[in-house]
Structure formats: C-alpha cells, structure tokens
Design a binder for this molecule. Structure first.
Ligand code: SF4
Ligand code: SF4
Length: 68
C-alpha cells in the first residue's frame, strides 16, 4: 500500500497539494506549525492514496515524500 510522509515543519500551508490530489487524501491542519502556518496533513480519505505522487510533484517546498 502506498504511503506518503509530509514534513509539517517544512510546509507553508499553500494548499497546492490538497488541490493536486485526485483522491482528496490531503487536507490543511487546524494546528499551526513552528513557523505559524497550517500545514498539510493526511485526511480521512488517506486510505484512498494510489501513490501517484502528484502531491509531491506539486509541492514547491519538497515537503512530501511518497513511498510505493
Ligand atoms: S500520492 Fe497521489 S493519491 Fe496519494 S496523496 Fe499524493 S496525490 Fe494523493
Ligand atoms: S504543497 Fe507543500 S507547502 Fe503547500 S501545503 Fe502542500 S505540503 Fe505544504
């Protein structure tokens, strides 16, 4: 099963990955990180991840790793 890891401290909460994911796996947290941003986290649909890596390709801060 594919797995993604999001570096919440590296994330600036731009939301591009939430738009890029065709399965709706990623949402923005309601918590803030050390830099004052609401980082991307895996949401309730995380089990739908296909490992397509669109989220990682979209992230301008290289905050997402995808493992297949
Ligand atoms: S790898 Fe693909 S399906 Fe999985 S979270 Fe990223 S964009 Fe969504
Ligand atoms: S695209 Fe990257 S920086 Fe933007 S919210 Fe997603 S993980 Fe964070």
């Amino acid at each position: 099963m594919p797995k993604i890891e999001i570096d919440e401290q590296r994330c600036k909460g731009c939301g591009l990955c939430t738009i890029a994911c065709p399965k709706g796996c990623i949402v923005l947290s309601e918590q803030i990180n050390n830099y004052g941003y609401t980082p991307a986290i895996l949401g309730e649909a995380k089990h739908k991840c296909t490992g397509c890596a669109l989220c990682a390709e979209m992230c301008p801060d290289l905050a997402i790793l995808v493992f297949k």
